[in-house]
Design a binder for this molecule. Structure first.
Ligand code: FPP
Length: 248
């Protein structure tokens, strides 16, 4: 079977793809190992998918690396994930540079350990002038947190008189989200056979195509990304209109 990559329409590559990387724990269990082993192998998938996304010209790739709810996991697992992040940033930054990747984050970074924040800041600055793929890591992120935060900031601006009630619409609201600089994802992928959104980009996925795969995240590779995009390209996106209206 020909690779999905060769079957893609180069003119209709989504600008923004978001991924809920799920199934690391189950993958580790399947291999009779501790959950952390799954997360470690998940980094390999991150590397492959970032590379693949850059190769086909995706502009923005958002990865749900750590949710607000993930802080509730057993302390050793949280600590191991934070260590893994530090190592991944340290080990991958040269490769990201070589691939012209820029790094940004969304989420409540104030909750992240100082060590992670420092490494992230350094890596973001290091990659700042790159012009290829924008890799967006969602860290200590939850969509409800993001939306509440936006509401609070808009209310404050309203009290200060900078925003008038009649100015509030979806365009203005979006400016107060963490994703203000990024177009909405056309495609959202979730691995591991779960059919949930788990508090991820609730506002931004209003018209996204959703793609679910049984594959566990540590088994997911760039070819699986290409397959998801191939599937996406064979869908009709109507944005609430009829098929006839789209061909007019
Ligand atoms: C979900 O699997 C995965 C996570 C909560 C963490 C994702 C982190 C990585 C892939 C590694 C580090 C990331 C980067 C960006 C370098 P799960 O533990 O919920 O799996 P389960 O549902 O099978 O228990």
């Amino acid at each position: 079977m020909e690779s999905f990559r060769n079957r893609l329409d180069k003119n209709r590559i989504p600008k923004h793809v978001a991924v809920i990387m799920d199934g690391n724990g189950r993958w580790a269990e399947k291999h009779g190992r501790a959950r952390v082993f799954g997360h470690e192998n998940g980094v390999e998938s991150v590397r492959s998918v970032v590379e693949g996304a850059g190769e086909i010209g995706i502009k923005h790739l958002t990865l749900y690396a750590f949710s607000t709810e993930n802080w509730e996991r057993p302390k050793p697992e949280v600590e191991a994930l934070m260590e893994l992040l530090v190592h991944a940033i340290d080990n991958e930054s040269e490769l990201l540079m070589k691939n012209n990747v820029r790094l940004t984050t969304i989420g409540d970074l104030s909750k992240m350990p100082l060590k992670v924040k420092e490494r992230l800041d350094r890596c973001i600055r290091f990659l700042n002038n790159n012009t290829g793929l924008n890799l967006i890591l969602a860290l200590s992120y939850s969509s409800k947190w993001e939306i509440i935060n936006a509401v609070k900031n808009i209310v404050n601006e309203t009290i200060d008189g900078n925003v008038k009630l009649e100015m509030i619409n979806d365009k203005l609201f979006e400016k107060y989200l963490n994703t203000a600089e990024t177009p909405d994802p056309e495609l959202l992928i979730r691995t591991s056979g779960e059919f949930r959104i788990s508090n991820f980009l609730l506002w931004q996925i209003a018209y996204s195509e959703l793609y679910f795969t049984e594959k566990l995240w540590p088994d997911f590779r760039k070819e699986d990304l290409f397959e998801a995009i191939f599937d996406f390209q064979n869908r009709e996106r109507r944005f609430g209109k009829t098929s006839e209206q789209l061909t007019m």
